[in-house]
Design a protein around this ligand. Structure first.
Ligand code: MG
Length: 253
């Protein structure tokens, strides 16, 4: 009995400390202070080395349906949505890496279990149909890699979020946009929010509202000490930052 009680006590303490502690998500990997390119495999490896909770990255769809890791509509002036992968694959990042595919990126990330993959599905400039295609191919990729429990999907496209939810009742999804309340998202099966810090500051009830529904709360992109401390005090679940080293320092103080 005593043993059971002490085990229960330890378990509840673990749950409690987990529930209270804000976690670090390295925005586009850990690139800034490590001087590697954003969204590179090197940046992901630095995030893993830093033992951060998650490493965020951006995924776009090429003309011929290949998912690549890149933030903008173009890479070095080459338009992603209207260019085939073979042409794009000749592009190099500034550290000499080839422009990574989402599959290559995921395969590196899931070799370990600690740092989660925070997978942003970028909206296609060609319209909703291509954005939904990117969402579906992304889901299939992660599912086939058996990495759904190591991955959180994030997107500005509300339709992409709903589409993912239709594909999978359980997969983790956080909405990035600012035009929906936590309640609205919750009602439609999106149980995570990943809002810009200004959205939280302009809508002071959002954090409480989301917490009351046990939704996951993530905030981007928080790079200064004062704002980090503000959101740690608000007990958000995740802070997405270009300065994961600084956030770690503050959190371990
Ligand atoms: Mg992003």
């Amino acid at each position: 009995m005593k043993k059971i009680l002490s085990t229960l006590f330890i378990l509840s303490m673990i749950t409690l400390s987990y529930a209270q502690k804000t976690q670090i998500v390295a925005h586009r990997g850990a690139w800034k202070n490590t001087e590697v390119p954003q969204n590179s495999i090197a940046a992901l490896e630095e995030a893993i080395k830093g033992k951060y909770w998650g490493s965020e990255f951006d995924v776009c769809l090429t003309k011929d349906d290949v998912l690549i890791v890149n933030h903008d509509n173009d890479f070095n002036g080459v338009d992603v949505a209207t260019t085939d992968y073979k042409t794009l694959s000749q592009q190099k990042l500034s550290n000499g890496e080839k422009l990574p595919t989402a599959e290559e990126y995921m395969r590196v990330g899931i070799k370990q279990k600690k740092t989660k993959m925070v997978y942003e599905i970028k909206s296609s400039k060609l319209g909703l149909e291509r954005t939904l295609k990117a969402a579906e191919l992304s889901y299939n990729l992660v599912r086939d890699l058996k990495a759904l429990n190591q991955t959180v999907f994030i997107a500005f496209s509300y339709d992409a979020c709903l589409h993912l939810r239709k594909l999978d009742k359980k997969v983790k999804i956080q909405y990035l946009g600012s035009d929906k309340t936590p309640q609205e998202l919750f009602n439609n099966g999106i149980y995570g929010i990943d809002f810009n810090f200004k959205v939280f500051k302009n809508n002071p009830s959002y954090i409480k509202e989301a917490k009351s529904k046990k939704m996951e709360i993530n905030v981007w992109t928080v790079n200064d000490k004062e704002s980090m401390e503000y959101f740690i005090n608000e007990k958000v679940d995740f802070i997405t930052t270009d300065e994961p080293e600084l956030l770690k320092q503050i959190l371990t103080k």
